[in-house]
Design a protein around this ligand. Structure first.
Ligand SMILES: [Zn+2]
Length: 236
């Protein structure tokens, strides 16, 4: 994959890296930062200093990790690069996160599935899912959401209209939408909902899976045609 198409780090993450740098090297000027996510099949991260530029490449498995984890990774990578001692607090935070069951399972499944061929296409008869995704991405996420694999379902599924498969980083949309008369707001809402799943990963709290968290639902209400879109989906 050419580096230009790698998902860029959010400005919040760049801020975290800059802060970690100042913490370790308070008197040194901050180099230019180039932080991107890569489709790693493991949790590998790399750091390099070249031509005065700090290049960080993080596994996309870490893209939606909590900020405290990003802070820990930034500290660990910078400490390694500049041969400083790694703070036990950060080392522990990172280790606990990467050893959490959810992350391990996700990494394992991605390892198994990447490389295996799947028939998928974002191009339908009427809609190009990539075009709809990018327009929703610009409208609601400042274009910051990394695009997953987008594909139409193999069959005209009516029970499962859409879903986000975290293990394959894929959004599947039912073919039922790919026909004349489907209003754009309906397919946009469907993608918006699945994109919120991408942004708000499933959390496990007290042994229970929290799929549509409070933050998820609050953000979903920002979709202007929410009610009319939901009514349309119900009729399907
Ligand atoms: Zn959902």
């Amino acid at each position: 994959m050419p580096s230009a198409t790698l998902p860029q780090a959010s400005s919040a993450l760049l801020q975290v890296v800059a802060e970690a740098y100042r913490e370790l090297r308070p008197r040194a000027p901050l180099p230019e930062l180039d932080v991107k996510f890569r489709r790693f099949t493991s949790l590998n991260t790399t750091i390099r200093l070249r031509d005065g530029k700090l290049k960080l490449r993080l596994s996309d498995l870490l893209e939606f990790a909590p900020e405290s984890v990003h802070r820990a990774i930034a500290h660990i990578l910078l400490a390694k690069l500049y041969r400083k001692s790694i703070s036990a607090v950060y080392a522990d935070r990172y280790r606990r996160y990467t050893q959490s069951e959810v992350v391990l399972k996700q990494a394992e499944r991605i390892r198994q599935d990447r490389g295996r061929k799947r028939i998928s296409t974002p191009l339908g008869h009427l809609w190009d899912l990539e075009e709809v995704f990018e327009s929703v991405n610009r409208r609601f996420f400042h274009g910051l959401l990394g695009r997953p694999t987008l594909t139409w379902s193999a069959h005209v599924a009516k029970r499962m209209l859409g879903h986000y498969d975290a293990a394959h980083n894929t959004i599947v949309v039912s073919r039922v939408f790919d026909r004349p008369g489907t209003p754009r707001y309906a397919i946009e809402y469907l993608l918006y909902h699945e994109m919120l799943h991408l942004k708000h990963p499933v959390r496990v709290r007290a042994g229970r899976r929290c799929v549509h968290s409070r933050e998820f639902q609050a953000e979903e209400r920002l979709f202007p045609e929410l009610d009319v879109a939901r009514a349309y989906l119900k009729r399907l």
